[in-house]
Write a protein that binds this ligand. Structure first.
Ligand code: FMN
Length: 218
């Protein structure tokens, strides 16, 4: 193999990546604008997904771009059903808080993207012991999209309160495809500087020392 010149990064570039990560937010429907997203920006976001790492270089992903309000309405219907069921799982005060939260932006976002895991036939290098690795690869692609969108000042919201089988049916997805993420994209009126669920005191941010373990668990 021929040696290629290696790219190195300056500390300024490293800080820029850190800033994009720090300022990435989950955006919900109360903040999306209906300004259309230029095709070039959509292409940039998709290309960011296609360079994500994947187990055994399997690239086990497919992306359905949804702009049709009718399709979005059909997906929103499963969100409404699922969120009603979800609320019941929280007790008393938490249930009251849950009901007040806006947890999606399906209709408001000009672009929705359904991201599927498409399993490969036969064994995949690296996925022979831990079968979820293919799906984790798709999540890596989604995170790339989230960061790339943010760098374009486009918001993304991940909606997971959906019946994946109903979404598959709406999109006529092949039987073997598994829904990993249903994403909403659009320009926004603002980006929060910290997670909205932290601001609303749904949960607190964990401290580094709470989640980093040295060497082994006690
Ligand atoms: C796998 C996954 C699924 C999520 N599903 C939802 C969802 O259904 N509705 C929602 O409002 N936010 C959803 N989120 C966004 C999280 O609530 C959000 O990432 C978290 O509160 C931290 O906020 P931030 O992303 O703005 O930093 C999801 C995030 C992830 C990673």
């Amino acid at each position: 193999m021929k040696e290629q010149p290696q790219r190195t990064f300056t500390s300024q570039e490293q800080q820029l990546l850190e800033e994009i990560m720090m300022h990435r937010r989950d955006v919900r429907g109360n903040h999306f604008l209906d300004t259309p997203i230029p095709e070039e920006a959509i292409d940039t976001i998709i290309k960011s997904a296609l360079v994500a790492p994947s187990v055994g270089f399997s690239q086990p992903w497919e992306f359905v771009l949804i702009r049709d309000q009718k399709t979005k309405q059909a997906v929103k219907a499963t969100f409404s059903e699922e969120t009603e069921r979800a609320a019941l799982q929280f007790a008393d005060q938490k249930q009251k808080e849950y009901i007040k939260l806006k947890l999606e932006g399906i209709l408001e976002a000009p672009l929705n993207i359904a991201v599927f895991y498409k399993p490969k036939e036969g064994p995949v290098l690296g996925q022979t012991s831990m079968p979820n690795m293919g799906k984790y690869s798709v999540v890596c692609a989604i995170q790339n999209m989230w960061l790339m969108a943010r760098s374009l000042n486009i918001g993304m919201g991940w909606v997971s309160i959906l019946d994946p089988e109903k979404v598959k049916k709406v999109l006529r997805a092949p039987k073997e495809n598994q829904l990993v993420g249903y994403l909403c994209f659009g320009y926004t009126d603002m980006f929060y500087n910290q997670p909205e669920l932290e601001l609303r005191k749904w949960d607190r941010k964990k401290l580094q020392k709470e989640v980093v373990i040295q060497e082994r668990y006690i």
